[in-house]
Design a protein around this ligand. Structure first.
Ligand SMILES: [Zn+2]
Length: 341
């Protein structure tokens, strides 16, 4: 399986994350990629290719124009205020306030466009986020001639909604890939999100639509980030009713329990019969992940890949989360190797 990867992801290299009331080094860091690349080479998964030049206007099929403009100027507006740290919002249009007004000041804008403030914006963040889009678009292009492909995206994307960032995500890479495939003639896309966290952004983007089915297996939002979306009763609206499916699972979920949901979602893929299957692939379901609570073991990831491969549908794997850095390479490649067997 070929991997698409841009070394320029390092442009996004924030130094701070607000976690447990402290500013810590972000869990989502450039070193994650080094471990995955090393394992791809060591186990000879296939060639690693740089992204090709891409028409980025397709972003606007997914994201709001004002939001993109905000992301592009956020860092310079922040530094103009002489703030010393990285850009982190401190105030939101919360439930008792006016949520429709977009303030002029960067402090207000950050609150308006941010859904969770563990994610700092720093110099190069937006440039890094654009690289991730180029990676996923190149991979989507190549899916025509390949039965499967791996978009090694960083930063990840599934928490980014039409006009909000957070959860380490700025642009929704997998949603942009789905739009690209539809533009190239696909009629139906299935997005299966197996990251530990609910893909709130992807759900929001396609919630009213029936051409993109979204299913997500994740930590119950009562107990896990992003807390405010990802419940079982969210099934889509209007034309999208019945095309959104959530599998929230409790603390301590083992592979035996988790994989029942995978089996069920695979059945849904068969019924929907899409032209392409897009996997939001996080390996933060791993038992030793520092910010998650499932109990999947490294060997279980082979089985995940194997099961997905039985569908025999063109499959685009898109990297999302995974924060047990020492094991991230092994766990990621286990899924891809399991698929290839
Ligand atoms: Zn995650």
């Amino acid at each position: 399986m070929k991997t698409i990867y841009s070394k320029n992801h390092v442009l996004h290299n924030s130094l701070t994350e607000l976690s447990g009331g402290k500013l810590v080094k972000p869990y989502e860091c450039p070193e994650r990629m080094d471990h995955i690349l090393k394992e791809i080479s060591r186990r000879e998964l296939g060639s690693i290719l740089a992204p090709t030049s891409q028409d980025l206007n397709i972003i606007y099929k997914v994201h709001d124009k004002q939001y993109v403009k905000f992301l592009e100027s956020a860092w310079s507006e922040w530094t103009k205020e002489n703030f010393k740290g990285e850009a982190i919002p401190t105030v939101w249009p919360s439930r008792s306030m006016n949520s429709k007004n977009i303030p002029n000041n960067i402090e207000g804008k950050l609150g308006y466009y941010c859904l969770a403030n563990e994610t700092s914006i720093s110099e190069g963040t937006i440039e890094g986020a654009y690289e991730s889009i180029k990676v996923v678009l190149t991979a989507a292009d190549m899916l025509e001639n390949e039965n499967s492909i791996f978009a090694l995206c960083r930063p990840p994307g599934h928490h980014a909604s039409t006009d909000q960032y957070g959860g380490y995500c700025f642009f929704n890479n997998i949603a942009i890939a789905a739009e690209k495939l539809l533009e190239k003639g696909a009629k139906k896309i299935f997005i299966l999100d197996i990251d530990f966290h609910h893909g709130n952004g992807t759900q929001e983007i396609f919630y009213k639509r029936s051409d993109v089915f979204f299913a997500s297996i994740h930590g119950n939002p009562n107990d896990a980030f992003p807390h405010f979306l990802g419940y079982k009763n969210e099934k889509g609206i209007h034309e999208g009713l019945g095309f959104n499916l959530n599998y929230p699972l409790p603390i301590g979920t083992s592979y035996a329990e988790w994989t029942k949901c995978l089996d069920d979602s695979i059945n849904k893929v068969k019924i929907f019969n899409p032209d392409a299957l897009l996997i939001s692939m996080g390996v933060d379901t791993f038992e030793n992940d520092p910010i998650s609570f499932f109990k999947l073991k490294s060997d279980d990831f082979f089985d995940v890949g194997r099961k997905i491969s039985h569908l025999k549908i063109p499959t685009l794997f898109v990297m999302e989360g995974g924060y047990a850095i020492k094991e991230i390479g092994k766990n990621t490649v286990n899924i891809l190797k399991g698929f290839e067997e």
